[in-house]
Design a protein around this ligand. Structure first.
Ligand SMILES: [Zn+2]
Length: 295
């Protein structure tokens, strides 16, 4: 799943190609991705793209004051094309293209095959979400976002205030979008490994030095990942993310810091990875799925 660094890079990638261009039309390949109906996607036709920004893990394309807000979820992605197929996208079938934004061709471009981008979704779990709204705050998932960890105003005091009094486990808090915008399952594992903290530590009970280390880990991990992703084309971002991870998705491999084997805790729909030596004083965390089986 793309998280803050990948979505930031996608926003930059799209901004460079879309701003100042006119949308010819929006074609819908999978009707279920559209979560709104007023204004319809056809309202974007003929309008100029004014900007592209990231909001948490959302992409927000500002089309002359209307907003195409996209949540890629687990298996969604952006695919750019300098020359889209001439035939319009049709709903239904096994086409992985859920939505296509076709630009109005400029003088030096093939009028039948203008540039544009596709939103694709692999797999059977369809969770890609597209909202067309007049104000991004009309999207519930955007309206309820917590502060952005890369925002200049997000200093250590602001972070400490989020943790204070929280009875959430720190792993859960970091990936809770209403607390903090943009961090998901992968980067929360990475941040906790850098901070040498157990994912099960209770956020509100962390001593001040741990809070300071966690804040620094959060900022450096995200800034490093943004720097690694920036300037990369959309199709290379997934590999770039994977290459930069220290523990997430690396169960059974050696910890790059201490050499201990990276361990895993599995849940119904996801798993997390950590290093016991670096993060839990050597204690192996209970794998709930496994312990349930053993009962
Ligand atoms: Zn380690």
């Amino acid at each position: 799943m793309p998280e803050l660094p990948e979505v930031e890079a996608l926003a930059t990638f799209l901004r460079e190609r879309l701003v100042g261009r006119v949308v010819a039309r929006v074609e819908v390949g999978a009707l279920n991705v559209l979560k709104t109906y007023d204004p319809p996607p056809s309202a974007l036709g003929g309008l100029l793209v004014a900007g592209v920004v990231r909001r948490g893990k959302w992409l927000d394309v500002d089309v002359d004051g209307l907003h195409l807000a996209v949540h890629l979820s687990r298996a969604g992605w952006v695919r750019w094309s300098d020359a889209l197929p001439a035939a319009p996208l049709r709903p239904g079938g096994k086409n992985p293209v859920a939505l296509r934004v076709r630009l109005a061709p400029e003088d030096d471009e093939d009028p039948h095959r203008p540039p544009g981008f596709d939103l694709t979704e692999a797999g059977t779990q369809k969770r890609l979400a597209v909202h067309v709204v007049r104000d991004p705050a009309q999207v519930p998932g955007i309206a309820t976002l917590g502060p952005d960890p890369l925002d200049d105003a997000f200093d250590e005091a602001a972070f400490a205030a989020l943790l204070a009094g929280s009875r959430q486990q720190v792993k859960g808090l970091l990936r809770d979008q209403s607390v903090l915008a943009g961090v998901g399952n992968a980067y929360s594992d990475e941040v906790l490994h850098v901070a040498r903290l157990s994912p099960y530590a209770i956020a509100g009970r962390l001593p001040a030095p741990d809070v300071e280390r966690l804040y620094d880990a959060l900022r450096t991990t995200l800034l490093d990942a943004v720097a690694a992703a920036s300037g990369k084309p959309a199709k290379e971002l997934k590999d770039a993310k994977r290459a930069g991870l220290r523990v997430h998705g690396r169960a059974g491999l050696p910890c790059p810091v201490c050499g201990d084997t990276v361990r895993e805790v599995s849940f119904a729909d996801r798993s997390m990875q950590y290093c016991a030596t670096c993060q839990t004083g050597g204690k192996v965390l209970a794998d709930r799925r496994l312990s349930r089986l053993l009962k």
